[in-house]
Write a protein that binds this ligand. Sequence first.
Ligand code: KG4
Length: 337
Amino acid sequence: MAKILAIESSCDETAASVIDNGVLLSNIVSTQIDVHRKYGGVMPEIASRLHAENISIVIKEAMEEAKTSFEELDAIAVTRGPGLIGALHVGLQAAKTISMLYNIPLIPVHHLAGHIYANEYVSEFKFPMLAVVVSGGNTELVLMKDHMEFEIIAETVDDAIGECYDKVARVLGLPYPGGIPIDKLAKEGKHTYDLPTPLKGVKTLNLSYSGLKTNVINLVHNLEQKGEKVNVADMCKSFQDVAVGLVIDRTIKAVKEYKVNQVILAGGVSANSYLREEMTKEMNKLNVEIKIPPMWCCTDNAAMIAKVATRLYDLKVFAPLDLGVDPNWKIDEWNKF
Ligand code: KG4
């Protein structure tokens, strides 16, 4: 156990957090959403520049809120991947500088391990456990038989679910990030549009979101060409039923196949109200414990990175100063860098 400063900058949130013996002392998040909203999605170059502008201030605030000086830190942790390459570099360079200046170990943390371990702020893990990781950049089912043992048993063969939400929102004229307005409007809509289930009839645990996205885009364009008005709330409901339905279907199959004791949700899309409700209902039917992260740690933050870093400190997982980022880092290779 140790006092650690953790940094997260993999996408459009610049974040820093201080943890002391597992107790969270600060959690500062500076989001860039308002800037990227103008473009309907994250612009990687702008994200990197904003991280560079904000990172020192965010770190300073996290240290001040934690009433901690740099000399008191035992280690510095940082998200090394996956994520946007330029954005990751900003966090890593800041972390390396602190590591060098204060002669403390540098801990590289996997972003999705962070999303999974965010759940540890609210409950203990019970193994074997299935982590359902649903975010803007990733969609995978990860089997964990013990702490820091990750086996990817299913993943998307193309787009991530969050990316699909964002693209569908854009074609419907809804603001970025699209998951939030779709979730809200779906509550007012009816499932009236027929959208095919992805990978139907294929014997696989994998998921797919590219076809669903194209189906919605084509349907909207066809209706517009015919001069028909798209009922946005109904489209949101029809889309969401299929998008979330696929995650639920794969989770049920995986739970049965791998006989898991607990299911946890992780990642930005785990904020989705329909997913939270349906998953709870289905897991209750199967008598499997379901854990859902509190809203404050569904989206990107450094508290989740700090949680993993505490474990890595005890395992002495430290990186040399020539460490590079890995935008495609696989979770089952979290200790290879
Ligand atoms: O985990 P996250 O903050 O970023 C990545 O690391 O990818 O996830 C962001 C994604 C976005 O695609 C956003 O549209 C989606 O999470 N999201 C939601 C909801 N809130 C955020 N998707 C569905 N329903 C929501 N309520």
